[in-house]
Design a protein around this ligand. Structure first.
Ligand code: RUQ
Ligand code: CUA
Length: 667
């Protein structure tokens, strides 16, 4: 065995041991005393907070109540959802388009609520896509994905979608460095150091409409950007990103990207970047990326491909970026509510470094650099350091804040949450988690104004917490009361997919704006039928457009004939109800997609290409009234070339229909 192999295998073995999560002792004493009462929300009573939880590889986002842990809703974001027809209806398909075509899945790791003046404003929640890099904006009036923008020059979008204190920007840093899209990417993988680049996108967000645009991208050396957080208050104007693989390894990263004692936190002066942009220092590059926007007036998504992005070279334009050394493969990068302290969590570090924004500024002014890394100045560690939390636990990942001077850090390896004081760096309390916590979240815990009532831990392993469900288990989230000095576990609940980051907002901030119905008179869908009189069936070549309405408890029309094998049939279903909580569903036998679930006042379209002759029932899938089972109808499919005329009717029963077989327009 050569020396290198010996060394690397040795390190690998060590890491493997280090990364095996240990199970905390005394797991039986999980919940005690008055804990259950604190989490109990009686039937009919509302929760205090909405909890927006990322679904990881499920591509979804789920909405729970705190402190009850009750699941309210699963929002499809980077996923198709047969329950709602998302990704199956003609209107929603464009939302999942990318420069690679239709990509109906992604890996959603982080959620971030929009902010105004550094406080959660309850308007939107953003989510990142890790695989085919995208950022989504979910509108919290409707709890629906309102926009998805793709990121060129990126691969993996992990340090995202963190925002600035007035939601000026959402950021997206590439996890996998790759050759940029506008360069030749057909290069040997071993040329990582020469050809692979890291980019960070600053996506501007429209003040009123939330519309996203890539304002600029920063071109950086090839490393892995992992997480980020914006400065706030005094440090507003700066953004901080953790990065690992400063070794620039392209294979066996578990060993090769863990060689150095320290990787970095990248400090970005985005106000400076804006100045350079204004001064015309950006280069417009030809790329291709998608932007998909949902229009609530037509109830439809629009997909467009954009072809240009402005790139600022962070190495050439000297004073945008600085690096701060950070021990051992930093993961979480969190800024405290005052904006003064930046916490870096090294996955393999035995301490937590806390950096000071003021000291960092002084170090930059005094040029207290230890050198450069790939052309970017590296600030001396001690010059930016406020101090280190000693022996906090094993495998620190993420930190949230209570706004009272305390920080709460999750520890994956030692499976615990540790509370410590930001000023004197003393550990104050620790609570076990079950097991292997990843992210944690305090309502407003990354904003200027946390609501320090609960901290929720999002665990990677659930073994032995719930009834077994075969080889695959749900992950778990756990709620701790943090209103006192000591954390107290009060509840846990299973999650959908694998939770990464989550955020919570006070309930009324969101519930007061919740949309109840869509006004039918404001429905601008091109195929709307605003009453049963407008319902009809129209043939255009081999396309058949069915303008069909739904109201308790029938469709209009509910008998359709003259459809032929191979026709493209579009059922444009308008729900005529104007009452809250009366959706209708729609399904047809043999359709190669899901049902539709249509909200009051809305129009959605199901495409169906019949391949066989016969009679095909249609029916409502949502139990809408006592006569829901009666809400159904029939479509007759005749052979190609048949001369059965196109007819449609409602209320024509077999006896009267028989005499006038081909009569249409049964209104
Ligand atoms: S990650 S468990 Cu994808 Cu945010 Cu840290
Ligand atoms: Cu409409 Cu059931």
């Amino acid at each position: 065995m050569n020396a290198f192999l010996k060394l690397s295998l040795g390190t690998a073995a060590l890491l493997a041991v280090g990364f095996q999560a240990c199970k905390p002792k005394n797991t039986s004493s999980a919940v005690s005393g008055d804990a259950a009462v604190k989490a109990y929300v009686p039937p009919g009573k509302y929760d205090e907070f909405y909890n927006f939880v990322s679904g990881g590889f499920s591509g979804q986002l789920s909405v729970y109540g705190l402190p009850s842990g009750r699941l309210f809703r699963v929002i499809p974001v980077f996923s198709v959802d047969p329950e709602k027809g998302w990704g199956y209806s003609e209107e929603t398909k464009p939302m999942l388009m990318t420069s690679h075509g239709f990509v109906p899945w992604d890996d959603l790791h982080h959620t971030e609520l929009s902010q105004t003046n550094g406080e959660i404003d309850g308007r939107w929640v953003f989510g990142n896509a890790n695989n085919t890099p995208r950022v989504a904006r979910v509108d919290l009036k409707t709890f629906r994905t309102a926009e998805i923008i793709e990121l060129p020059n990126s691969a993996g979008n992990h340090s995202s979608p963190f925002i600035t204190e007035n939601t000026e920007y959402v950021v997206a840093g590439t996890r996998f460095s790759v050759p940029v899209d506008y360069a030749n990417g057909d290069v040997p993988i071993s040329t990582y150091k020469q050809n692979f680049k890291g980019t960070i996108s600053f996506i501007s967000v429209g003040k009123e409409d939330g519309k996203m645009d890539i304002a600029f991208q920063l071109l950086l050396p090839g490393v892995n950007f992992d997480l980020s957080h914006a400065g706030k208050g005094p440090s507003h104007g700066w953004f901080f990103f953790s990065c690992y693989n400063s070794e620039q390894a392209n294979t066996l990263l578990e060993v090769n990207a863990s060689q150095k004692d320290k990787d970095f936190i990248l400090a970005v002066n985005w106000k400076k970047a804006e100045e350079y942009l204004k001064a015309g220092k950006g280069k417009k590059e030809k790329v291709r990326y998608a932007r998909n926007t949902w229009d609530e007036s037509t109830h439809s998504g629009k997909h467009e491909i954009l072809e240009e992005v402005t790139v600022l070279d962070a190495v050439a334009l000297k004073d945008i970026c600085y690096l701060i050394p950070c021990p051992k493969s930093p993961h979480g990068c969190d800024v405290d509510p005052t904006g003064e302290y930046i916490v870096g969590s090294g996955k393999l570090a035995a301490l937590i470094p806390v950096f000071s924004y003021t000291k960092m500024q002084k170090a930059i002014a005094a040029k207290a650099f230890e050198g450069e890394y790939e052309g970017i100045p590296v600030i001396k560690y001690e010059e930016a350091l406020h101090g280190e939390v000693q022996k906090p636990g094993l495998g620190p990942l993420h930190t949230e804040f209570d706004g009272k001077g305390n920080a709460y850090t999750s520890f994956f390896v030692s499976s615990e949450i540790v509370k410590w004081n930001i000023k004197d760096l003393k550990v104050l309390d620790r609570a076990p988690t079950f097991y292997s916590i990843g992210h944690l979240s305090i309502p407003g815990g990354d904003s200027k104004k946390p609501s320090p009532k609960y901290v929720v831990g999002y665990n990677k392993i659930t073994k032995d917490r719930y009834l077994p469900t075969g080889p695959e288990l749900a992950q778990s989230a756990q709620i701790y009361d943090i209103s006192g000095d000591k954390m107290q576990l009060i509840n846990d609940f299973p999650t959908i997919g694998e939770p990464h980051y989550a955020q919570s907002a006070p309930a009324d901030l969101i519930s007061k704006n919740s949309v109840k119905i869509f006004k039918i008179e404001e429905n601008n869908h091109p195929y709307v039928a605003k009453g049963e009189k407008e319902s009809k069936v129209v043939r255009e070549g081999n396309k058949v457009h069915v303008y069909i309405t739904a109201i308790r408890s029938h469709f209009s029309p509910d008998n359709i004939e003259g459809v032929k094998v191979g026709d493209e049939v579009y059922f444009h279903v308008t729900n005529l109800e104007q009452d809250w909580d009366v959706p209708h569903g729609f399904a047809v036998k043999g359709a190669n997609n899901a049902e539709l679930l249509v909200m009051p006042g809305e129009t959605q379209t199901l495409k169906w290409v019949p391949e066989k002759t016969g009679i095909f029932p249609i029916y409502c899938t949502d139990f809408c009234s006592a006569l829901h089972q009666e809400m159904s109808g029939y479509v007759r499919v005749s052979p190609k070339g048949s001369n059965v005329p196109l007819t449609f009717s409602l209320g024509k029963n077999s006896s009267d229909a028989m005499s006038k077989e081909n009569n249409s327009n049964g209104h």
